[in-house]
Write a protein that binds this ligand. Structure first.
Ligand SMILES: [Zn+2]
Length: 197
C-alpha cells in the first residue's frame, strides 16, 4: 500500500543528459488513492474551523488573493492618518462634482479626534483649511501647539495659518483612543466587534 512506482518520462526535444529534461510520473496503489481521497473529503468540511483564518491556501472557500488584498488595504489605509484619508475624500468629491479643490478646502472645517500631527498640520496649512477642531491633545506628535505650532507659527511659503480649537468632546475622544488601543474598533457593528475572552 505504501509503495509507489516512479517513472521518469523524457521531455521532448530536451537534452537527455540533464535531470530537468525528465518529468517524473508516480503510479500510486489504487487503495492508497481511494484512502487519501476519503480522508481529504472528510477533512475538507472541518478544516475551515481548525485552520486559522489567516491561512488562505489549500482550504476550501479561501484564496490567496484574500490575504493579498488585506495586506494592500493595511499598507494603504490602516497606517494613513485620518486627515490624509479625509483630504483624499474631498479631492474625490471635488472631481465628481466638478468643483475647484482650492475653493472647497478654503471653506472647510476639519473635525478630528486627536490634534493633527506635525505632518498633517502642515498639509492642512498648505491646503489653506481655515479651521480645525479636535478632541484631545497629541503630546508626542501634535502639530497644533503640543510639540510644534504649525497652525499659527510664522512659516513663510507654507500655506495659510489656520485657527485650531482643541478640547471639543475631549473625554469622548480619549475613550475612543483607549478602546482603539485595546484593539477594538468602536465603529464596528456590534456583531463584528471582537468578543472579550
Ligand atoms: Zn497626522
Amino acid at each position: 500500500m505504501r509503495e509507489v512506482l516512479i517513472t521518469p518520462i523524457p521531455k521532448e526535444g530536451k537534452d537527455p543528459q540533464l535531470c530537468a529534461s525528465y518529468r517524473p510520473i508516480v503510479l500510486l496503489n489504487l487503495d492508497a488513492k481511494l484512502y487519501t481521497k476519503i480522508l481529504s473529503r472528510r477533512l475538507e468540511g472541518v478544516l475551515p474551523d481548525l485552520v486559522h483564518p489567516d491561512q488562505s491556501g489549500f482550504i476550501k472557500g479561501r484564496q490567496t488573493h484574500d490575504n493579498l488584498r488585506r495586506v494592500s488595504h493595511l499598507l494603504e489605509k490602516a497606517t494613513r492618518h485620518a486627515e490624509m484619508v479625509a483630504i483624499d475624500q474631498v479631492l474625490d468629491w471635488c472631481q465628481r462634482h466638478s468643483e475647484k479643490t482650492t475653493d472647497v478646502f478654503e471653506h472647510t472645517t476639519l473635525y478630528v479626534t486627536v490634534e493633527p500631527c506635525i505632518m498633517c498640520a502642515a498639509a492642512l496649512r498648505l491646503l489653506k483649511i481655515p479651521l480645525v477642531i479636535y478632541g484631545c491633545r497629541n503630546d508626542r506628535f501634535g502639530g497644533c501647539g503640543s510639540v510644534l505650532n504649525i497652525a499659527t507659527d510664522y512659516l513663510p511659503n507654507t500655506g495659510t495659518p489656520f485657527e485650531c480649537i482643541g478640547g471639543y468632546r475631549a473625554e469622548e475622544a480619549v475613550e475612543m483612543l483607549k478602546t482603539f488601543y485595546k484593539q477594538e474598533n468602536p465603529n464596528a457593528p456590534k456583531s463584528k466587534a471582537r468578543k472579550k475572552d
